[in-house]
Design a protein around this ligand. Structure first.
Ligand SMILES: [Mg+2]
Length: 123
């Protein structure tokens, strides 16, 4: 389905560009956030269908963003896929226990990202 909104939250501009390029053909509306605080603000303001969420970011880290999103009634249903270098067993457990639907470890394959996004959005 075209026109779904995806928020790309990563403090690394190059990663945001790579993700954007990888998803360009999907017909999505892509929004970017360069830190956790802006990610939370944009998620609340835009209610995206999906958030691709880095962990290591200034202001708020991705796990804090995930936690706040799922605590707020107006954003509790926003789907989140973690996209991060934080890849210990504990990190991955935290992501899933806070409600992430998938957990991708950087560096990522564009095709794998597109697949994960499609799966998160459409099951
Ligand atoms: Mg980061």
């Amino acid at each position: 389905m075209a026109g779904e909104t995806i928020l790309i939250a990563d403090d690394n501009r190059q990663i945001r560009m790579l993700v954007t390029a990888s998803l360009r053909t999907g017909g999505y509306v892509l929004i970017e956030a360069e830190n956790g605080e802006i990610a939370l603000e944009k998620a609340i303001a835009n209610h995206p269908d999906l958030v691709l969420l880095d962990v290591t970011m200034p202001k708020l880290d991705g796990f804090e963003v995930l936690h706040f999103l799922h605590k707020r009634p107006d954003t509790a249903d926003v789907k989140v896929v973690m996209l991060t270098t934080a890849s210990t067993k504990e990190d991955i457990q935290t992501g899933y226990s806070e409600g992430a639907v998938d957990y991708l470890v950087k560096p990522f394959e564009p095709a794998r990202l597109r697949e994960a996004v499609d799966k998160a959005l459409h099951g």
